[in-house]
Every structure is written in structure tokens, then in C-alpha cells.
Design a protein around this ligand. Structure first.
Ligand SMILES: Cc1cc2nc3c(=O)[nH]c(=O)nc-3n(C[C@H](O)[C@H](O)[C@H](O)COP(=O)(O)OP(=O)(O)OC[C@H]3O[C@@H](n4cnc5c(N)ncnc54)[C@H](O)[C@@H]3O)c2cc1C
Ligand SMILES: NC(=O)c1ccc[n+]([C@@H]2O[C@H](COP(=O)([O-])OP(=O)(O)OC[C@H]3O[C@@H](n4cnc5c(N)ncnc54)[C@H](OP(=O)(O)O)[C@@H]3O)[C@@H](O)[C@H]2O)c1
Length: 245
């Protein structure tokens, strides 16, 4: 049984009218980078809870969540309206298997995301294990519009710190943007543009995928054509996934 902790909103940053990042102060919570936790608000006398991935690394005492407003959704529009000083509930039992402990060691680690699916990777990228276990780390972020390529300052900081060990490949599907690949991630793997922008996919590359479930399916299909398959504890492979819905 989990308990609810009371957390206080410190900041609600709006990147676009639909995209927001909540920074909250909560009593100590142990988790592993890449995990999620249920967060909740009371709506009409009922507690409405949804899973959110931690953006902050475990050593950072301020919790951070990155969200999108699903207009008809019961929780996300309300989270987007929270202001500094408001109270949010956070469950005391973070969980999830999109964590490096579950991913075999390799030369290259690919972190492939769409939309808010970048959140757990921002946590993972700020852990030491990410850099001690993999020689190169490639972050791919697919979004509809350029304004949704969020956390650029943080990503630039990682680039400065890690040099050639880190590649960032932004992808925008609904407009042409200089410096970003156009279209969807599976197509860019299929026609070689993603590898040209990053590094070649190797037989032993490890992939972590997060975001839109259709993207997870389509990326796994193009990677299967290259001989890569889902990683399981009893049947090691190269692909670890987390679906947001
Ligand atoms: C393990 C896990 C981790 C998650 N982490 C995050 C996170 O870090 N940030 C985040 O914004 N959401 C995350 N989600 C989704 C989140 O739990 C909610 O579903 C989302 O915030 C919408 O809540 P809602 O109550 O407004 O609508 P819901 O009733 O929960 O969802 C309605 C519909 O909205 C769509 N949808 C839901 N989430 C998203 C999304 N993130 N992006 C685009 N479309 C979506 C789906 O079609 C879904 O059926 C995660 C989900 C899971 C299972
Ligand atoms: N993004 C916003 O600013 C915004 C604004 C208002 C409301 N919303 C709500 O948020 C939800 C969607 O949010 P989102 O845009 O973050 O997520 P999304 O719909 O999952 O789109 C994110 C990226 O994933 C791509 N994608 C979708 N299916 C794919 C597949 N099979 N393979 C590979 N890539 C795929 C999209 O490409 P395509 O463009 O080709 O689909 C887009 O580039 C909806 O409920 C929407 O109403 C979003």
C-alpha cells in the first residue's frame, strides 16, 4: 500500500500553452533515474492520480515533472494550472523498469523519445552510471513542432560536459526546422538519416524507448529488421521500452 505525501509547488514553467514543467518540494523520496511515481489532485471530492516520470536525477531534492495538456483528460489540464504554493499529492512508492540497472552494458546507449517521453531520459542523462557504462549516449527527441524541443539549456549543458560522448538528435514532424530532422523516428531509422545524424546502429547497441505507444511499436519493428529485439532478463536483447498510455 502506498501513502500520499504532500508536495508544494515551487514553480510551474510553461514552455508552450500545452507543455509545462512542475518543480515541487516533497518529503524525501528514493527512486532510480528513469522511474515514475503517481501524482494526484483532489477533483470533485475524488483523488485523481496519474503516473509521471521524474525529470530530476535521484540526488536532486527538488522533484520535477514534465507534462502535456491532454485537453479532455481529467488530470493534466489541472496540473498545468497549478501555481507556486499549491499542494500536489505524490505517492511514496516510485516504480518502473526503464532504468539502467535493467539495460545491458554496451558501446552505445540510444535514448529514443517522443513528446513528454523525454522526461525519464533527462533524469538518466544526469547520473554517473549513464556515462561510466556507455561510451556514447544518443538522445533522440521527436515532437510535432519546434517549440516542443524543450530543455535545450540542460541538453546543451550535457553536450558541453560530455563532448563527443553525447549526441542529441531533435526531430520535428509537422514543420521544417533547421538543425532538426524532419518526419518521424522510424522513417529516419529506415532511410539512414538518423544514423547519419548520430552514429551507426551496431548489433550490440542498447535502445531505451519512451513515449507514444505507436512510436514504440514502429521503432521496434524497424530495429527488428536490423536484428535487434526486446530485452528480457531471461532472454537478453537490445530494446527496453516504456509506454506512456
Ligand atoms: C509509466 C508512465 C509514465 C508517465 N510519465 C508521464 C510524464 O512524465 N509526463 C506526462 O505528461 N505524462 C506521463 N504519463 C501519462 C500520464 O500518466 C497521464 O496519462 C497524462 O498526464 C494525461 O493525464 P489525464 O488524466 O489528463 O488524461 P488520461 O485520461 O490519463 O489520458 C487520456 C489520453 O491522453 C493521451 N495521453 C496521455 N498521456 C500523454 C502524453 N504524455 N503525451 C501525449 N498524449 C498523452 C492518451 O491518448 C490517453 O489515452 C505517464 C504514463 C505512464 C504509464
Ligand atoms: N503537442 C502539443 O503542443 C499539444 C498541444 C495541445 C494538445 N496536445 C495534446 O497532447 C497529446 C499529444 O501530445 P504530443 O504531441 O506531445 O504527442 P504525440 O502525439 O505522441 O506526438 C509526438 C511525436 O510523436 C510522433 N509520432 C506519433 N506516432 C508515431 C509513430 N507511430 N512513430 C513515430 N513517431 C510517432 C508525432 O508525429 P506526427 O506529428 O507525425 O503525429 C510527433 O512527432 C494529444 O492529446 C493532444 O491533443 C498537444
Amino acid at each position: 500500500m502506498s501513502r500520499w505525501l504532500e508536495a508544494k509547488v515551487i514553480e510551474n514553467r510553461h514552455w508552450t500553452p500545452a507543455l509545462f514543467s512542475l518543480r515541487v518540494e516533497a518529503p524525501g523520496l528514493a527512486f532510480r533515474a528513469g522511474q515514475f511515481v503517481r501524482i494526484a489532485l483532489d477533483v470533485g471530492g475524488e483523488r485523481v492520480a496519474r503516473a509521471f516520470s521524474f525529470v530530476n536525477p535521484p540526488q536532486d531534492p527538488v522533484l520535477e515533472f514534465y507534462g502535456v495538456v491532454v485537453p479532455e483528460g481529467p488530470l493534466s489540464p489541472r496540473l498545468a494550472r497549478l501555481q507556486a504554493g499549491d499542494i500536489l499529492f505524490v505517492a511514496d512508492n516510485p516504480s518502473g523498469f526503464l532504468v539502467l540497472d535493467e539495460v545491458p552494458q554496451a558501446e552505445d546507449l540510444w535514448l529514443v523519445s517522443t513528446g513528454t517521453g523525454i522526461a525519464p531520459f533527462l533524469s538518466i542523462l544526469r547520473t554517473d552510471a549513464c556515462w561510466s557504462r556507455y561510451r556514447r549516449v544518443i538522445l533522440v527527441h521527436g515532437v510535432r513542432h519546434a517549440t516542443e524541443l524543450v530543455y535545450r539549456d540542460m541538453i546543451d549543458g550535457i553536450r558541453r560536459e560530455r563532448g563527443a560522448g553525447f549526441r542529441y538528435v531533435p526531430m520535428v514532424s509537422r514543420e521544417r526546422v533547421p538543425g532538426a530532422l524532419e518526419g518521424r523516428i522510424p522513417a529516419a531509422i529506415g532511410d539512414g538519416r538518423l544514423e547519419a545524424a548520430a552514429v551507426p546502429i551496431r548489433a550490440d547497441s542498447q535502445f531505451m524507448l519512451c513515449g507514444n505507444p505507436d512510436m514504440l511499436k514502429d521503432v521496434q519493428a524497424v530495429l527488428a529488421a536490423r536484428g535487434l529485439r526486446k530485452h528480457r532478463r531471461r532472454a537478453p536483447g537490445q530494446i527496453t521500452v516504456e509506454s506512456f498510455w
